[in-house]
Design a protein around this ligand. Sequence first.
Ligand SMILES: Cc1cc2nc3c(=O)[nH]c(=O)nc-3n(C[C@H](O)[C@H](O)[C@H](O)COP(=O)(O)OP(=O)(O)OC[C@H]3O[C@@H](n4cnc5c(N)ncnc54)[C@H](O)[C@@H]3O)c2cc1C
Length: 295
Amino acid sequence: MIPFDYLKPATLEDLLEGLRSANGEGALLAGGTDLHVKMRLGLKSPRLLFDISELAAARNIVEAEGSLRIGACVTMSELMASPLVARLAPSLAEAARSMSCRQIRNRATLGGNIVTASPAADSVPALLAADARALIVGPGGLRELALAELLLGPGRTALGPGEVLLEVLLPLPEAGHRSLYFKVGRRRAQAISVISLAGGLSLAADGRIGSARIALGAVAPTVMRARQAERFLEGELPSAVNLAAAAALAGEECSPITDVRASGAGRRLLVEAWTHRLLQQLCATSGDDAGGNRP
Ligand SMILES: Cc1cc2nc3c(=O)[nH]c(=O)nc-3n(C[C@H](O)[C@H](O)[C@H](O)COP(=O)(O)OP(=O)(O)OC[C@H]3O[C@@H](n4cnc5c(N)ncnc54)[C@H](O)[C@@H]3O)c2cc1C
C-alpha cells in the first residue's frame, strides 16, 4: 500500500477547504469497509485521507420539512437502531440489518454504501423505492439530485471533484404506505446479494393499488426501478393475476449478468419469484399498521 496522510477535519468547512487543497489527490474515508479493501488491493491510492466518520453535519437522522433526512455518515447499526427509520423507512432498516456482520455494520455508513455504487449495495433498493434524493455539498455549494441520477454504473457516480454526499432525503410516506426489503443470498450472513429487492405500496380507499414502487438490486449495472411493473400495477386491483403479471414484467425488464453467484437466467427467475412474494406480502399487509410501517 502506498503511504498516505490522514486528516480528520473538525467541520464541513475544513473538509471542503482540505479537499480543495488536495487538488484531486484526496479521498473521503467514512467507515473504510470498501476503501481500505481497495487500497490494500492497490485499486486506489489516495495521497490524503479525510476521515469524515464523525463529521457532525452528516451524522443526524431527523424528520424535517416533509422528509426523513439521514446523514451520509450514519452507520448501518445506527439505521437499525433508529425509531424514526423503523417508523418511516422500515425497508431501509431491514436492508441495513441484512448487511454482512455486526463488525461491518458498526463501521459501514449509508453514504459509503451509496458512493461505492455497487449494483448489489444493500441500502440502495430501499432508497430508490422511497424516491430518495441526495444532498451534495462541494465547491459550488449545495445541490440536490435524485438518487437514481447519482448512480451512473458500477463504481461510478455523478459526484464531481471535491463533492461530498451530505445527506439522503426520503419523502415521508403517505398514510397506509407499506415497504419491505428482501435480500436473496447464497447464505443468510456475510453474503453479497444474488439479487435484492425493495418495494413500497399503498392501496386506495376503493381497494385498488394507489402507488407501487419496486427496486431491484444486482440485476443491472445500477440498482434499478422496475418501472413497467410499477405502471402495470397502479390503478389495478391487487388480484392474484395482476400481481403475477407484474412480477413477470419485473423479471423481463431487468438485465442480469452471469457471475460467480448466479447465472443471468437464474437471476431473472429469482426476480420474478421474489417480486411476486414481495407484492403478495405488501398487499396482504397494506392498509393496516402492523409491521412497523406508517399508520
Ligand atoms: C467483509 C465485508 C462484507 C460486506 N458486506 C456487504 C453487504 O452485505 N452488503 C453491502 O451492501 N455491502 C457490503 N460490503 C461493502 C461495504 O461494507 C459497504 O458498501 C459500506 O456501506 C461502505 O461504507 P463505508 O462507510 O465503509 O465506506 P468507505 O469504505 O469509507 O467509502 C467507500 C467509498 O465511498 C466514498 N465515500 C464515503 N462516504 C462518502 C460521502 N459521504 N460522500 C462522498 N463519498 C463518500 C469513499 O471515498 C470511498 O470511495 C461489505 C464489505 C466487507 C469488507
